[in-house]
Design a protein around this ligand. Structure first.
Ligand SMILES: [Zn+2]
Ligand SMILES: [Zn+2]
Length: 560
């Protein structure tokens, strides 16, 4: 694609052009002429050229000469304006690479646009309804290299021979699986919609607990405040989806858009139908890699974090779920993506069961408005972990020797007809622990192991969920993901450095979530007592005490 840089004669402004004929007519209509200064096949070059020479052209007072030869625009100006309006309505609030824009248009069945697309885009650019940037900027100053799409710095950028522009071109490896962002690829940021129509929202009635109700009120008053972010610290199994319903209803009734960001695809799958059932008349999308909802228009979008790189100021409320979890936590590119997808004046709610210490400090000092939901929806306290020390734990397991507390744990599981979820710190331990359990008199149990690289991972998890397995040995991949009604958790080697306070709280949080069986046990078995174990127990105890003090624990649950 040929790109131009031009100057409006008698003005200091330099512009990019994808279709110079449009610029000529546009400026003629305003009584000005233009002069082409530079042309290239790479948007990156054109963009850098402007950045580097802006001052030079303006300072020297050079007077460029207008070219006299132009092609004619083959459609009338008024129909160009109409077409631009139509396309803009579809693309508002999107941030798309050239290839994504083409996929988008195909999906919308807009296929006869080949000849008019560049003029339309150019008009939108001139009218400030769209910005054009290169996918990647790589100019002389290496520390300024950046991918405009995912906002990564040079760490993720690689120079490659590019077949598209025939030159050396930089490509971003951070966002590659959403399509290649490179120096010669244009990246478009379409301005968000400014029209918000108030509407009546029909919501399936929900009954909230007193604890949930209190938090909902705090969240609603946050949306009316000047604050931008709100931290909701809700214990595992608090019923956070239900708690978000009033605020979603409120924001939707103002005609505004909402995005619910979650770290994992399986949560998107689970959440989208739930939200759709609660808001039957709203367009609720599920967005993740390979999703069939891609490029659809939604009122409430449930998405994995990477998908937000495709939006520009599109959402008025972004709910960031499990904000402290991988891949979101401390991933600057994803954070920036969320930030960019939020409208000016938009609100962000950060949800977590395990807030990092720093955030709690911000919350205490008033820097970050927040609420704490200390009670589970069923009003039973969180199971407090039992800390059990076992000398030479892994030696014993490696040598297939029995460990008495472990046998007691399994006995409990069998007595209560529960399911055991056994966490181990490393993949290599999964098989080892399974064999050790079998050889220590528990061979009759239906058992399996699971870890991230396993090809039939989903199948094993499904069997555990369907209560076809008595015991599942897992790495931390199931730390947050899986919920079964009668769950008993054992963390083997809880002193491993991988198991920090947050991980241990999440693992403990698998237990007692169901209102039909709000009990179960959590055991941390380790050679050493670590800060992580002690802090996890301390925090769980603190939250239970808080819930009791606030009157959110049901009386009959006190002595369980
Ligand atoms: Zn990138
Ligand atoms: Zn290239």
């Amino acid at each position: 694609m040929e790109m131009f840089v031009y100057q409006v004669i008698e003005s200091n402004q330099l512009y990019l052009s994808l279709c110079i004929e449009v610029d000529r007519v546009y400026w003629r209509k305003r009584g000005a002429d233009i002069a082409i200064l530079f042309s290239t096949s790479s948007i990156g070059e054109a963009y850098s050229w402007i950045q580097n020479r802006k001052d030079q052209y303006i300072m020297n007072g050079k007077k460029p000469v207008a070219l006299s030869k132009y092609h004619q625009l083959f459609l009338s100006w008024s129909s160009l304006e109409q077409e631009a309006e139509k396309l803009f309505n579809l693309l508002q609030g999107r941030a798309l690479l050239w290839s994504e824009l083409i996929s988008f248009l195909h999906k919308k069945n807009i296929i006869n646009i080949k000849l008019t697309l560049l003029p339309i885009l150019q008009l939108l650019y001139l009218e400030n309804r769209m910005e054009i940037k290169p996918g990647v900027t790589c100019n002389d100053v290496i520390y300024r290299w950046t991918c405009h799409r995912c906002m990564s710095d040079r760490k993720y950028l690689r120079m490659t021979d590019c077949a598209t522009c025939g030159k050396q071109c930089s490509m971003c490896e951070q966002c590659i699986w959403l399509g290649r962002s490179r120096t010669c690829t244009p990246f478009f940021l379409f301005a968000p919609s400014s029209i918000k129509k108030e509407k009546l929202i029909s919501v399936k009635p929900l009954s909230l607990t007193a604890a949930q109700q209190k938090v909902c009120e705090q969240i609603l008053s946050f949306t009316q405040s000047e604050e931008k972010q709100f931290l909701l610290w809700a214990v595992t199994g608090a019923g956070k989806t239900e708690m978000m319903v009033p605020v979603i209803a409120q924001i939707r009734s103002e005609g505004k858009k909402i995005c619910w960001v979650t770290p994992r695809k399986d949560v998107v799958h689970e959440l989208q139908p739930r939200i759709k059932r609660i808001f039957p008349q709203e367009r609720v999308l599920a967005l993740y890699g390979g999703s069939s909802d891609l490029w659809m228009e939604g009122d409430i979008v449930i998405a994995t974090a990477h998908q937000l790189w495709r939006y520009f100021q599109a959402f008025d409320l972004i709910i960031v779920d499990e904000v402290d979890a991988f891949p979101l936590y401390q991933n600057i590119a994803l954070e920036k993506g969320i930030e960019r997808a939020l409208s000016t004046g938009g609100k962000m709610i950060l949800l977590t069961a395990t807030p990092p210490r720093q955030w709690l400090e911000w919350s205490r000092s008033g820097k970050l408005p927040s609420a704490t939901l200390s009670a589970r929806y069923h009003g039973h306290p969180l199971p407090v972990p039992k800390l059990i020390q076992e000398r030479r734990l892994w030696d014993k397991i490696e040598n297939r020797k029995p460990i008495t507390p472990f046998n007691h744990f399994i006995k409990q599981v069998i007595t209560y007809q529960g399911q055991a979820l056994i966490f181990v710190p490393e993949i290599r331990r999964v098989k080892q622990v399974l064999e050790w359990i079998r050889e220590n008199g528990h061979g009759h149990l239906a058992m399996a192991g699971v870890y991230s690289q396993m090809s039939n991972r989903e199948e094993v998890i499904r069997r555990f969920r369907n209560v076809e397995l008595d015991c599942l040995v897992t790495t931390t991949i199931l730390e947050r993901g899986v919920t079964v009604p009668k769950c008993f958790v054992m963390v083997l080697g809880a002193d491993n450095l991988l198991f920090d306070q947050a991980a241990l709280i999440q693992m403990a949080g698998r237990v007692g979530r169901s209102s039909t069986y709000p009990y179960g046990e959590v055991w941390f078995l380790a050679t050493e007592r670590t800060e992580g174990q002690l802090q996890a127990k301390k925090q769980i105890t603190y939250l239970n005490r808080l819930a009791k003090k606030e009157g959110f624990i049901r009386k009959e649950a006190y002595y369980q």
